[in-house]
Design a protein around this ligand. Structure first.
Ligand SMILES: [Zn+2]
Ligand SMILES: [Zn+2]
Length: 413
């Protein structure tokens, strides 16, 4: 992943045309050297259960890299791209499904035009789609179970004068948060090695038990933990109480970006994408309460505060023009976004609940990246951060659920 160093420009509708997105297989930053692109040096990334022989995986990566070279000559790192594509296939398949999934992926790379979903999706009227979506809204009791706040909580401030750093777990005094120090950490998740015993960091591939942190910052950061604490900082409100006018859109994909401030992990950007057109209908930067500690650029795509930022209340007003209390909101792990927005809303389709990892353990979720790969055979979150990308991926997973998975009746696994 490449943190975008520049302030992201505001997106236009043209950027978000559905076909563009679907065909967008890569977003390489273009930094490379000739050695890493030597095909002889291809090394498949380790996966928990190897679905194919190492030599075969290597050969497939070569094939993919050659197609990418041919199809996208402007891309400077076809090998790295190919390794990523093959890795996503390898960790999402078994020895039975690896070959066919790989064949499909190769076919798609060779003939992307054949895979535009317009060719495959049955045409339904907007009203019919709305009815179907209504039928798969997550019930309120289930939303609660998954951490959604459904009634205004009690306000209980966190009275402690210290916090533990979210990244390195060091305890620090809140009053000294902006005094430079050294916070060393891994930004990636921990994954299991193929031997199933040892684990490694996704960010630097270093072994979990014997690896120096691969990233460093000047300050420690923290996140408010409980909903009561959140309520004490800013009140939750029900959408039915504040969005009285009819919003423009019936179904929206919603995604929030957060950054670290002296008041915790705060909302900094809200993106909304229309379900039917995949156009970005809102992309608003929000001024946080506290002083900036870390923009979390790698994940938020934000690296500076500028004139584009509006107050939290202005953002809520803007949101009220695109949605209302009846708008169906789509997202992945959307409870985090709703918490950041302090909104209580009952019409939610959360892809992490639609396709859970295990029915019985709500806390363990599949990542949006994995779901997108499994159901849409598409790679997301590679290269520069793109705020609308996650919303579009969640929308397309819901479309898949409705159009091809028969609303989950014939669950494909
Ligand atoms: Zn690391
Ligand atoms: Zn720290």
């Amino acid at each position: 992943m490449t943190p975008s160093e520049l302030h992201p420009r505001k997106r236009t509708s043209e950027d978000d045309a559905g076909t563009n997105k679907r065909l967008k297989l890569t977003a390489d930053s273009g930094t490379t050297d000739d050695h890493t692109e030597d095909l002889k040096l291809i090394l498949p990334k380790p996966v928990t259960t190897n679905p194919a022989q190492f030599a075969d995986r290597k050969r497939h990566i070569e094939t993919i890299a050659n197609i990418i070279k041919l199809k996208r000559p402007s891309l400077k790192t076809p090998k790295l791209k190919a390794i990523e594509i093959e890795y996503d296939i390898a960790r999402n398949t078994t020895h039975r499904t690896y070959a066919s999934t790989l064949r499909n992926a190769i076919l798609k790379l060779q003939h992307p035009e054949k895979f535009q979903s317009g060719n495959q999706v049955k045409k339904r009227s907007q009203e019919d789609v709305l009815k179907l979506l209504k039928s798969i809204e997550i019930p309120i009791s289930k939303l609660r179970k998954y951490g959604y706040v459904m009634s205004v909580p009690e306000s209980i401030p966190n009275a402690k004068i210290t916090r533990n750093c979210q990244r390195c777990d060091t305890e620090f005094k809140l009053s000294q948060q902006l005094e430079p120090t050294t916070c060393e950490f891994h930004y990636g998740k921990i994954r299991r090695n193929p031997d199933n015993k040892t684990r490694y960091y996704e960010c630097c591939l270093g072994p979990k038990d014997d690896c120096k942190p691969c990233d460093k910052h000047k300050y420690h950061v923290y996140q408010d933990q409980s909903v009561e604490e959140k309520q004490s900082m800013r009140s939750y409100v029900k959408t039915e109480e504040i969005f009285e006018q009819k919003g423009k859109y019936r179904v929206l994909g919603l995604d929030c970006e957060m950054g670290y401030t002296t008041k915790g992990f705060e909302l900094m950007r809200v993106t909304a994408v229309d379900y039917f057109t995949l156009k970005t209908v809102m992309d608003t930067y929000v001024l946080p309460f506290g002083e900036i500690v870390d923009f979390n650029t790698r994940f938020s795509g934000i690296s500076a505060l500028d004139g584009d930022f509006v107050s939290f209340n202005q953002m809520i007003q803007e949101l009220g023009t695109v949605m209302d209390k009846d708008t169906i909101l789509i997202g992945h792990g959307l409870e985090n976004d709703m918490n950041a927005l302090r909104l209580i809303h009952s019409h939610i389709i959360d892809t992490s609940i639609l396709y859970p990892k295990f029915e019985s353990t709500p806390t363990s979720r599949k990542s949006l990246k994995d779901l997108t790969f499994k159901y849409l055979s598409r790679n997301i979150q590679v290269g520069d951060h793109d705020s609308a990308e996650d919303s579009i991926a969640a929308i397309e997973i819901v479309r898949y659920h409705v159009d091809k998975d028969g609303c989950g009746i014939k669950q494909s696994t």
